[in-house]
Design a protein around this ligand. Structure first.
Ligand code: SAM
Length: 226
């Protein structure tokens, strides 16, 4: 699977995707990730990629030309492909969305900056979908793009050493994860639940399921409804 990330800050992307589980998945060839500076595609003499908004107001808007040209340099995309614009106004990114993206061969991510994109980019690239990582506003689309790359990569076979650990994580089966404990069995008077020390795997499994259900009911009842 391939990710192409169009950004003004490829070094931010590169630093993150070179480390830890995503970095190893890259080395193993599970995923390929390229960060492309769309400033390199600007036809402006000063390599400008933004301009002031028509109608006035504060902030700068990303112009269509460098983004469109950078995108065209990627064509043809490996199919099936998904093309995503990061924006607070988009569809909320969640586990289901991550699973959908994990089916693609090629995911293109546009990282905005300043006030965001000239609206016409959506008409120029009609296959583009809008994606948000939550109801708050960041300064740029790099963290949203990296969140998506990370969440999707760990769903790919071979990215995480034991896929059973991915399946046991929150949201995979619709529930939140159960609580985890490690050594020592007692720390500052705080004891690990007895059942986890029992060696009785059936009892441990049952306890974990019950904990996951109780936690979901208490913290995220909306997950049980859906
Ligand atoms: N004017 C935009 C608005 O109010 O919806 C916000 C632009 S934001 C300052 C700059 C860029 O950061 C956006 O173009 C987008 O790429 C990214 N961004 C910020 N918050 C985001 C979020 N919650 N989800 C996805 N992308 C986000």
């Amino acid at each position: 699977m391939k990710f192409s990330i169009l950004t003004l800050f490829p070094e931010v992307i590169e630093a993150y995707v070179s480390a830890s589980i995503v970095g190893r998945a890259r080395q193993k060839g599970v995923v390929s990730i390229e960060a492309i500076n769309f400033r390199d595609f600007s036809t402006d003499v000063h390599r400008k990629v933004d301009d002031s908004p028509f109608g006035g107001g504060s902030g700068m808007v990303l112009t269509c030309q460098p983004l469109e040209s950078a995108y065209e340099s990627l064509l043809p995309l490996q199919q099936p492909a998904r093309v995503l614009m990061t924006t607070p106004t988009g569809r909320r990114f969640d586990h289901r969305f991550a699973l959908e993206l994990s089916e693609a061969q090629h995911v293109v991510l546009f990282c905005g900056h300043y006030e965001g994109f000239d609206e016409r980019i959506k008409t120029l690239i009609p296959e583009m979908e809008e994606v948000s990582i939550g109801d708050y506003v960041l300064t740029g689309g790099e963290l949203p793009a990296l969140s998506i790359v990370d969440a999707v990569t760990r769903l790919l076979p071979g990215a995480v050493q034991k896929f059973t650990s991915v399946e046991a994580d929150s949201f995979y089966d619709g529930l939140l994860d159960y609580p985890h404990f490690t050594r020592p069995a007692e720390y500052k008077g705080l004891k690990v639940p007895e059942v986890l020390l029992s060696g009785n795997h059936a009892a441990i499994e049952q306890w974990r399921k019950a904990q996951a259900l109780e936690r979901t009911r208490r913290l995220r009842p909306d997950l049980l409804e859906s």
